[in-house]
Each structure stands twice: as structure tokens, then as C-alpha cells.
Write a protein that binds this ligand. Sequence first.
Ligand code: NAD
Ligand code: UDP
Length: 338
Amino acid sequence: MKVLVTGGAGFIGSHTVVELLSEQHETLILDNYRNSSPEAVRRVRELSNGRVTAQEADILDTQNLSCIFAEFQPDAVIHFAGLKAVGESTMNPLLYYRQNIEGAISLLEAMDRNGCSDIVFSSSATVYGEPDYLPLDEAHPLRPANPYGKTKYFIEEMLRDWCAADKHKSAIALRYFNPVGAHASGRIGEDPNGIPNNLMPFISQVAVGKRERLKIFGNDYDTHDGTGVRDYIHVVDLARAHVAAVNALVRIDGFEPVNLGTGQGYSVLDVLHAFEKASGRTIAHAFAPRRPGDVAASYADPTRARQLLGWKAELGLDEMCISSWNWQRQNPDGYAGS
Ligand code: NAD
Ligand code: UDP
């Protein structure tokens, strides 16, 4: 199939393109490099024997998008492009509504103009908000607690309506839990700007000597060791789920939300200890107050992904930590160091 990948130079997009190419899909990356680097594309090319095409473009530019669609004629789209920082979205909500919602509308319009009716969308487990029960299944009520999560929720609703208006349209919204890890080669990985907000890149930067110590936000949660529990999923597993979703689009009509997680929750201390084992380094840490907006525990019921996509996560916490460390060690300054 011909697959257009918006945001394909980013963390999850770059890993997905590698997996798409290994399954013989033809891909075109479309990215404005707002939160990524052309170096990531160069490395995807290196991992894929040069078969990658990429175009610098902004998804908000519908006119240009439409020309790109007319030329490439994709069978399906995977839509990663967007902004993803929860804290920034709370401080600047209109930026997030403009970029994420208007970006999605622009993309769907370009698809409509060019007869492309299949899309896989990057949603997030943040659409669930504070859990009523665990594990979270797709029927759990949706009440996102911040503007970023709301953009994911609104885009899901938009996709639902877009599909309802035309029975030939298909949209799969993949609700990611906590993507971590890197490609086994250590050539592509997560390259956050400035101080990382997320746990795994922060731990990696402590291990490599870029940050002094990890602050653990809260040790008084009702969890097995008092620290927050999350469902970490290896980015390569996640990438393979996108290939499975693209393949499933031909047999699915309408809108389908699907959780992507392992179903297994790990605490902050579990991750820290696994990373120490993987790296052979001690991770300095200190307990700090809870981070506002954090929940005690969140993990997926991944049954739907198995039923609908024939996919399940294969890689465990040790592989997540080993690959994160391998990437961090080889690229202490991310792509900027090359
Ligand atoms: P990322 O920032 O690494 O990748 C997003 C890519 O989109 C970047 O390359 C960026 O330059 C590009 N982009 C942004 N705005 C654009 C625009 N207007 N036009 C063209 N390109 C644009 O993020 P990621 O971690 O790879 O996440 C990919 C998607 O998955 C995002 O939509 C994110 O919200 C979602 N998601 C991520 C996580 C996570 O923890 N990483 C969790 C849940 C959902
Ligand atoms: N966390 C932490 N210190 C950090 C970053 C995160 O203790 O510097 C904790 C956080 O409170 C949560 C878990 O690690 O319990 C995962 O946080 P992350 O930001 O990676 O993901 P999310 O909050 O989106 O689940």
C-alpha cells in the first residue's frame, strides 16, 4: 500500500516508517520539523536501504497538502503530526486547538478532495482522564483533563462523524499508553527538546550524566510501592501496531478506537530499577510532591487490539530500558549531536 505519514520524522513516526518499509509498504513522510530533525529521516533511510521519501510541509497548509495527495495518491494516511506537551497545552490552549484540531480538519479535507478514505490516528490514553476502573477498556467514559487530551478527544469525535457521513470511510484511533524505548540499532529514538517531561527520557539523561537526579513525583499513591503506575509500551511494538492497523483498514468500515498498551502496569521505582539493571548505572533520585494532574495508576485492557488488529505487545520492560539506554549512550545530545 501507499501510506502517507504525517509527523513521520518524529519519535513514533520514524519507528513506524521503518516497520512499514520492512513490510513493503511505500511511504511518504510529511513533516514541518517543528519538533524533529531531518537527521531522523536520514537515519530512517539508512535503516531502510534508502527507500524513504520525505517532504517538508505543514499540515495546516491544505492547498499544498492537496497537491501532495494528488501527486502521491496514498491509499491510507497515518496521522502523527501535532503538538503533544500537556503542560504547554494548559498554558497555551489556543495553540493546541489551532495546531491539532485545525491540522486534522485540513488533513481530512485534503483526503476528501483526493478520494483517500482510510486513516490511522494517534490518539492517547489521556482521553480517559481519571480512571473509574482498571484496566481501562475502550468503553471507559472519556473525560480528558487538559487541552492536549481534549484535542485528541475532539479529533476522535470528528473522525467518528467523518466516517458516519460516508460508509466507505475508515478511521482507527490508536490510544497509546506510555510509549518508550528505541530502535534496537540505537540510530533512532526519542529526542526531547530541553528538560524532558516524561519519565524514561529523564532517567536516561540522569544515567548519561546530563541531569543530576530524577525527581519522583509522589510516593504516597495507593500502589504497590507508593509511586505512580503506568503501562509502558515499547515504541517498536507500537510501530508494528500501526502496520497492523493500516492492514486492517481494508476490512474495517467506520470509526474504531483501540488501546495500545501491554496490559501490565509498572511503578516509577520499577522502571528506575529496571533501567539501573540495563545500564549498570545508579540513577540518583529523590522523592518530590505529586505532580498536579497525575493519576495513581493507568493501564490498558489490550484485548480489542488483539481482536481487531491481530496485534499484541511482545517486548517487555527490560527491552524498553536496554534500547532507551543504547540510544541515549550513542546519542547523548540526540540528533543535534550528529
Ligand atoms: P513527535 O513530536 O516526536 O512527532 C510529531 C511530529 O509531527 C514531529 O516530527 C513534528 O515536527 C511534526 N509536526 C508537528 N506539527 C506539524 C504540522 N503542523 N505539520 C507537519 N508536521 C508537524 O511526537 P511523538 O511522540 O512521535 O507523537 C506522535 C503522535 O502521537 C502525536 O500526535 C502525539 O500527540 C501522539 N502521542 C504521543 C505519545 C507519547 O508519549 N509520545 C502518547 C500518546 C499520543
Ligand atoms: N514521573 C516522575 N518524574 C519525572 C517524570 C515522570 O516521577 O520526572 C512519573 C509521573 O508522575 C508518572 C510516571 O512517571 O507517575 C510517568 O510519567 P510520564 O510523564 O512519563 O507519563 P504520563 O504522565 O503521561 O503518564
